[in-house]
Write a protein that binds this ligand. Structure first.
Ligand SMILES: [Zn+2]
Length: 248
C-alpha cells in the first residue's frame, strides 16, 4: 500500500514538473517581452483565454477538456500531455532506483528535465536555450566533484572540454569546405554539458546515439531539405545514457 501511494505521489510530482517543462518549452524561445516563464497564466494560443484551474491540473486538464479549448474549441496539442507522461515516467524511474532524500537524485532530475526541454526546443525551433546548457554544465560538474556520481572530477572536466571541442572542430572543418556553419554553436555547449555530466569517455557513444536519433528525423520529415536538429538527438541520447547508468 505504501509503495502504491509513493508511486502515485511520484507520478503527481512528475506530472507537475512535466507541465512546468511544457511552459518552458513554449515560452523560453519566445522573443515577446510580455510573456515570461511566470506570467501570464497559461492561455489558449488562439483565443488567448486563460485556462481554468481544472485545465491546469496535469493529465486531468487535457483529458477533461478532451484536447480542445473550452472557449473557442481550438485543438490543443497533445504534446502537453506527452511531456507530462514522459517526465512522470522519468521521475518514477529515478526515484524507484534512488532514495528520495538523496540530493544527487534531485540533481539528476534537473539534468534529465533540462536535456528533455533542450531536445524539444531544438526540434521545434532549431535553436537551443544556452542558459539551460550552462545549468547542465554546472550540475554535472557539481555532481561529479562532490561525490563522483557518474565519473571522477577530472573526467567530467575533460568531458566538458572534449564535448565542446569535438563539435567546434567538426564545424570548423565543414566551414572551411562549404563556407557556412554545419553545426549550430548551441550544440557545442550542449555536448560540453553532457560531457561534464557523464565524462569524456561517454562523449563517443552519446554522439553516435544522438546523431542516429537525429538522422531518424530525416526519414520522418517530408521536406528532405529541412535542417536537422542535432541537439534533439544529443539531449535524448543523454537521457537514455543517464537512465541506463542508474539502472545498471
Ligand atoms: Zn481558445
Amino acid at each position: 500500500m505504501e509503495l502504491v501511494l509513493t508511486n502515485l505521489l511520484l507520478i503527481a510530482l512528475g506530472g507537475c514538473l512535466g507541465s512546468f517543462a511544457s511552459i518552458l518549452i513554449y515560452r523560453l524561445p519566445l522573443k515577446n517581452s510580455e510573456i515570461n516563464i511566470l506570467k501570464p497564466r497559461s492561455f489558449c494560443p488562439l483565443c488567448k483565454n486563460q485556462l481554468t484551474i481544472v485545465q491546469l491540473i496535469p493529465f486531468v486538464g487535457y483529458l477533461y477538456s478532451r484536447g480542445t479549448c473550452q472557449t473557442c474549441d481550438a485543438k490543443i496539442s497533445s504534446s502537453y500531455l506527452i511531456h507530462e507522461v514522459l517526465i512522470a515516467a522519468f521521475i518514477l524511474f529515478i526515484f524507484n532506483k534512488m532514495e528520495f532524500i538523496n540530493l544527487s537524485a534531485w540533481v539528476i532530475v534537473l539534468i534529465v528535465i533540462s536535456l528533455y526541454i533542450q531536445s524539444i526546443i531544438d526540434m521545434q525551433t532549431l535553436n537551443l536555450f544556452q542558459p539551460l546548457s550552462i545549468i547542465i554544465v554546472i550540475a554535472g560538474l557539481l555532481l561529479n566533484i562532490s561525490n563522483g556520481f557518474f565519473t571522477i572530477p577530472l573526467d567530467a572536466l575533460l568531458g566538458l572540454i572534449f564535448g565542446y571541442g569535438i563539435l567546434f572542430c567538426i564545424n570548423q572543418v565543414y566551414k572551411m569546405m562549404r563556407s557556412i556553419d554545419g553545426i549550430g554553436s548551441g550544440d557545442f555547449l550542449l555536448l560540453g554539458g553532457i560531457g561534464s555530466v557523464f565524462g569524456a569517455s561517454a562523449i563517443g557513444p552519446i554522439l553516435l546515439i544522438g546523431s542516429s536519433i537525429t538522422l531518424c528525423l530525416y526519414v520522418v520529415y517530408k521536406n528532405k531539405d529541412k535542417d536537422l536538429p542535432l541537439g534533439f538527438g544529443l539531449g535524448l541520447a543523454g537521457i537514455i545514457y543517464c537512465l541506463m547508468f542508474i539502472y545498471i
